[in-house]
Unconditional design. Structure first.
Lengths: 185, 452
């Protein structure tokens, strides 16, 4: 599996246990809830999905809302230690993001690259920039206009998991797609 | 905040005692070392100035004690209690309590053109040599300053004694800029703060509205360069200490970070990330021009210039993991330690990852952060990649910065997971590891040059 192709130096460095370098499992990601609607493989929840009131209740967040994006599309992709490549899970999330963005053409996004705390500040700023950049490039390749996407790197300065362990570090190695304006609610 | 040089009136004492060659010296480079016993009785003063004299003496004692090179002889051991700066001490009384050096001083006030100043005079005696030790060519020194700058007088005196006894350049009368941190880990407030080298007089330079990182002093002492996330546009900034003015450095279109002044203060090295790729640039502050120094698909960052300005050490993962490389500032090829010629030479080959290189003000060593087996260390290595020495180790030791004289390294440490960062210092030899007290948690400490 490509995710496990790490340099031996990297492995020797921080990884004590086998689970260390793994990113959060897809099941950790609430994006999988989309499958309740049978939409997981076809893209975003469409506006037609909410025409029937019963289905609004069943499908959770209103289509086009920030919550819809977070829950049904997925707003983060996760990276392995020192890596910035996108695996199949990441690509699936980003394909849903791209389709969603095409449904809501007024939306602008900020892609923020993040790193775990087991690196130095300046190197991690550079690493976060790489991660944000590959996500932007992937979305642009799927047809999202580059002018709608800003990127930023927070390095190791904005962890989402405050603990100091392998699971938290895996959560903190991510690229976060933030809706900046224009979503319907 | 900076006091002009004119505010300080330095005058040497009249030499009343002929000087001879002194004997007491402190060997600073030995691996294990017995601290040199030194007596620093409370400086003489009249009336209300006695408290001031006590405070000044205390700062001098703490400065010298903080080096790990001295042991302060306790006052309770003193036999001679009638010292005066203008008379020779009874050396036998000090030999018997095994003190090598004796500092005698006095504090008074003087009014110059209607403005009141405090003055501190000091003389250093070699107890076993039974002679005065000349201080910068004089038999004693006197420092004059405005009353609010009494701590600086004390640091100057400590610097004079340190320099005389060790033969090294001093560093106490200097400041440290750092990032003061408060709040929970996932919602952290980071502000620029500045303090005296001993941790006194902390002042905050930014409000904390925006995250700031990696402040570094200019050689002129007048400016700090740092990175700020102001308006979610992470850029390198300049902070003018006198005016408090902050401005973005240059007109870079992309994130800039990892700034550091050149040794002449005329330019700032920094990193710009373009389309995810970080390379090193040199921004000339005089001509306002920018020159790109590296052009490589790998991450190149954390540049630091040699004191002579000819070379730059930086961090790159072009070899697969973060390591330290040296290049010529003008981009010309150089001969690497391995013998080959290249535009950049890797100098770290130990096990682990190396980052944040900082060239020593003496020019012969490079300090770095090293990650190995899940731990972080501060270390030093020769510019030719030889003689690597690891000085510290903990859960997170990061960001070494040199004292003005290149003898001490300050850095930040998170001693255990979740403990939060604190400022620490360690001697170049690896001895004398100590925490620098700060009101809040702190990171990214950087030393100023010696003040005027």
């Amino acid at each position: 599996m490509r995710r496990l192709v790490l340099s031996t130096a990297s492995l020797a460095l921080i990884l004590g246990a086998t689970a260390c370098a793994s990113k959060p499992k897809p099941s950790d990601n609430s994006a999988s809830q989309v499958s309740d609607n049978g939409n997981a493989n076809t893209g975003p929840v469409r506006e037609s999905d909410i025409e029937t009131p019963n289905r609004v209740i069943d499908s959770g967040p209103a289509a086009g809302s920030l919550e819809d994006f977070r829950v049904n599309v997925g707003d983060r992709v996760y990276f392995n230690l020192d890596q910035y490549r996108l695996d199949a899970d990441d690509q699936a999330v980003l394909q849903r993001q791209a389709a969603w963005l095409q449904n809501y053409p007024n939306v602008r996004i900020l892609v923020a690259g993040n790193a775990d705390e087991r690196g130095t500040r300046e190197y991690n700023l550079a690493l976060g920039e790489r991660r944000a950049s590959v996500v932007r490039d992937y979305l642009v390749n799927l047809g999202v206009s580059q002018s709608r996407i800003d990127t930023v790197s927070y390095g190791k300065e904005r962890p989402i998991a405050a603990e100091s362990n392998e699971a938290a570090w895996a959560m903190n190695r991510n690229a976060f797609t933030q809706i900046m304006g224009g979503p319907s609610s | 905040m900076m006091k002009s040089i004119a505010a300080y009136l330095f005058a040497a004492l009249v030499a009343v005692i002929p000087a001879a060659t002194a004997q007491v010296t402190v060997n600073i480079s030995e691996g294990t070392l017995k601290p040199t016993p030194i007596a620093i009785p409370v400086f003489e003063a009249e009336g209300a100035d006695r408290q001031l004299a006590t405070d000044i003496t205390s700062v001098i004692q703490n400065d010298l004690l903080s080096t790990g090179l001295f042991e302060i002889t306790p006052q309770s051991a003193f036999i001679q209690r009638d010292l005066s700066i203008n008379t020779q001490p009874r050396f036998a009384d000090w030999k018997i309590i095994q003190t090598d050096a004796l500092v005698v001083g006095e504090v008074d006030r003087v009014t110059i053109e209607g403005v009141e100043f405090i003055r501190a005079s000091v003389r250093l005696w070699d107890v076993y040599g039974e002679e005065v030790m000349r201080l910068e060519g004089q038999a004693g020194r006197r420092f004059t300053a405005k009353p609010e700058d009494w701590r600086r007088i004390a640091h100057k005196i400590a610097d004079t004694i340190y320099a005389r006894l060790t033969g090294e350049d001093p560093y106490f009368d200097s400041r440290i800029v750092y990032v003061a941190e408060t709040g929970p880990k996932d919602d952290r407030t980071k502000r620029l703060a500045i303090m005296d080298s001993d941790g006194a007089n902390v002042k905050y330079l930014t409000s904390g509205t925006f995250t700031v990182l990696t402040p570094r002093f200019s050689p002129s002492n007048q400016q700090i360069t740092y990175m700020s996330f102001e308006n979610n546009r992470p850029r390198v900034y300049l902070f003018d200490i006198q005016s408090g003015r902050q401005e973005v450095l240059g007109n870079f279109q992309n994130m800039t970070f990892a700034p550091r002044f050149s040794r002449d203060g005329q330019s700032v090295l920094l990193t710009q990330a373009v389309n995810g790729n970080s390379d090193i640039y040199l921004r000339d502050l005089v001509t306002q021009s920018t020159r790109r120094l590296t052009d490589h698909p790998a991450i190149d960052t954390s540049p630091s210039m040699s004191p002579d300005g000819r070379q730059i050490v930086f961090n790159s993962d072009r070899g697969g993991s973060p390591q330290l490389y040296i290049m010529n500032t003008d981009g010309s090829p150089l001969t690497c330690p391995s013998g080959g010629r290249d535009t950049a030479c890797r100098i770290t080959f130990g096990s682990g990852r190396y980052s944040t290189p900082v060239w020593s003000p003496r020019g012969d060593l490079i300090a770095f952060t090293k990650q190995s087996r899940g731990r972080f260390s501060i270390g030093v290595i020769g510019t030719d990649g030889e003689g690597e020495r690891v000085l510290t180790e903990s859960y997170l030791d990061e960001g070494p910065e040199w004292s003005p004289n290149g003898r001490v390294i300050t850095f930040f440490r998170e001693r255990a997971p979740g403990a939060g960062p604190q400022l620490w210092s360690v001697d170049l030899t690896g001895r004398n590891l100590r925490q620098i007290p700060t009101p809040t948690q702190g990171s990214d400490p950087a030393w100023s040059p010696l003040l005027n």
